[in-house]
Design a protein around this ligand. Structure first.
Ligand code: SF4
Length: 311
């Protein structure tokens, strides 16, 4: 794996592009959340696939797909960012979050499970907090079963974060936003209740709410128990794909009050609810899902308007 480029602002986020041995490009990110110092919270976001076969219309990672990353290619991303700052592998960060949430859905790749088992062995990181974010694709039963076992063995007491990307409360319409066969909401709920153990963080239900796609807290509350699940509301990232699909987010990152109705609706339904907007500077850096490789590929093909050119 060769680092082919990087872009960012060290006080917020750095996006790395790596070229694999077969010439494919992947990207990974490290970020902090001002004003929280990096020593208190440091977030690494890594790719698990070369692109993604799902091709969700809000995400640039799915514009191509050419296979799964190996154990070494996933760990290599993490190791590059860790050793840059902590050459001895000792990471004295209170909350050291590693999100398997960049290019590709992690449930498609069993090597993610091997990486999860390896992390506590290769780093001395008391604040380690792995995070799996998934659309819950169908046909990955071994992944779910093994994930539960690994979490219960290695990441007890709230040291693991699990997230389902839901986006809409209308299951049929969800197929437009997540064009893949997935678990039903009832299946996600049932698995989640079995996954959850005393002391765990609640499983997050993420909604990047899109205009025209219902988000009804009452429907979600009928299916998911607030005892095991919480809600995270986010804006739709301004990716090339979301723009070309004409999808408009319900939440305007410049006007957080646009989320008020949803936040209140979920809180009234009993859910712990977080509004996660982040810094709009991140959009310029391109630290959102698949944006940078998507831009780089488009630039190579001469498709990108000048304002997207990465310098
Ligand atoms: S949102 Fe996730 S599942 Fe959908 S295309 Fe992007 S990486 Fe794949």
């Amino acid at each position: 794996m060769r680092i082919a480029g990087q872009r960012g602002e060290s006080d917020l986020a750095t996006v790395y592009i790596a070229e694999l041995e077969d010439g494919e490009l992947i990207e990974f990110v490290e970020s902090v959340q001002p004003p929280v110092p990096q020593s208190e919270k440091w977030v690494l976001i890594v790719s698990t696939l070369k692109g993604c076969p799902v091709n969700c219309p809000i995400c640039d990672a799915g514009t191509s797909y050419s296979g799964k990353l190996s154990f070494g290619e996933i760990l290599g991303q993490i190791d590059h960012m860790v050793r840059n700052r902590y050459s001895d592998g000792r990471v004295p960060v209170s909350k050291f979050k590693i999100q398997f949430a960049r290019m590709g859905d992690p449930a498609f790749n069993p090597a993610v499970l091997d990486v999860l088992q390896e992390l506590p062995l290769v780093y001395d990181a008391p604040g380690l907090l792995p995070s799996i974010s998934t659309i819950a694709p169908r046909g990955c039963d071994d992944f779910w079963e093994n994930l539960t076992d690994i979490k219960n063995r290695l990441y007890t007491d709230g040291r693991f974060q699990m997230q389902f990307s839901i986006h809409t409360s209308a299951e049929n319409s969800r197929r437009d936003l997540v064009p893949c066969t997935t678990w039903s909401f009832a299946e996600m709920s049932g698995w989640g209740e079995g996954f959850f153990s005393c002391g765990d963080r609640k499983i997050s239900l993420n909604f990047a709410a899109v205009k025209g796609y219902p988000v009804d807290p009452a429907v979600i509350a009928d299916l998911f128990s607030p005892e095991y699940f919480m809600v995270k509301l986010t804006p739709v990232n301004p990716t090339i794909s979301s723009r070309s699909s004409g999808l408009l987010g319900v939440i305007d990152p410049d006007y957080p009050e646009t989320a008020e109705e949803l936040v209140n609706g979920f809180r009234n339904a009993g859910f712990d609810t977080i509004l996660s907007i982040g810094e709009t500077r991140e959009n310029r850096i391109g630290s959102n899902c698949g944006m940078y490789v998507g831009r780089l590929s488009s630039i190579r093909e001469g498709k990108v308007p000048q304002r997207h050119v990465v310098r």
